[in-house]
Write a protein that binds this ligand. Structure first.
Ligand code: MN
Length: 247
């Protein structure tokens, strides 16, 4: 199995080293990741400047790219040829609920899925200290053992809890509230500026990714690539099928 490993925290993040180390137990691993942190880059791609791809001495075969997470996966898959699975992470910070829309970690896995591989994004909370990736190793191994044989799963979003996980839960994306909030402040020169931040969400629905992580489980959310609102499409289609009024 050929496994391309990427992230949005940059090629030197401890999270990508931890993921590549466990991934190497399951197949041939190559890292292709951004040369600097590109968190919250979403699925942006670089179309106006050329990309460079430089060999990088790490424990596994690794390259760094002056691009976004999606660039890295597109470039890595094109250069390497056949890739079976793209693993992205392990991100320093959860990617739960609506954070999936701006997550660069998930975008890297999604780019893999769009190009015909399977994509798995993995994240862990990192509120203050760096997570203990050595202690997390067995949980990462369990998740990969569960997901790698599942050929039908094209894109999966995995979130680890902060503490040692109690188990794994299959979940859906929490979408009730958006956690984006822009806070005004002042810089040292007294000029007004704004920081994009999060707003704590108090209400958590059972069965969602956020619920699982808050209750100490690994959250595993299968995702689809087709964003079509099926009920809305069906309503419009049936409305259009009605005979036109005659007079
Ligand atoms: Mn990140």
């Amino acid at each position: 199995m050929r496994i391309l490993v990427s992230n949005d925290d940059g090629v030197y993040s401890p999270g990508i080293a931890a993921l590549a180390a466990v991934g190497a137990e399951f197949g041939e691993v190559r890292i292709v990741a951004p040369d600097v942190e590109r968190s919250s880059a979403g699925h942006s791609i670089t179309s106006s400047i050329p990309l460079t791809c430089k060999h990088t001495p790490l424990a596994v075969d690794a390259y760094r790219v002056n691009g976004t997470p999606a660039d890295c996966v597109a470039l890595g898959m094109t250069q390497w040829g056949r890739v079976d699975v793209v693993l992205s992470g392990i991100n320093l910070g959860s990617n739960l609920g609506n954070a999936m829309w701006h997550s660069g970690t998930l975008a890297a896995a999604k780019q893999g899925a769009l190009m015909g591989a399977r994509g798995i994004a993995l994240s862990i909370p990192a509120p203050t200290d760096e997570p203990d990736f050595k202690a997390l190793g067995p949980a990462v191994r369990e998740v990969l053992k569960l997901l790698l044989p599942e050929q039908a799963l094209r894109l999966v979003n995995v979130n680890f809890p902060h503490e040692h996980p109690k188990g794994i839960r299959w979940t859906r994306q929490s979408v009730r509230l958006y956690d984006g909030k822009v806070v005004a402040g002042h810089d040292p020169m007294g000029r007004e500026h704004y920081w994009f931040t999060v707003q704590p969400i108090t209400e958590t629905e059972d069965g969602t990714d956020r619920w699982a992580v808050e209750h100490g489980y690994v959250s595993v959310t299968p995702l689809r690539l087709d964003l079509t609102d099926e009920p809305a499409l069906a309503r419009r289609a049936s409305a259009s099928a009605e005979p036109a009024p005659t007079d």
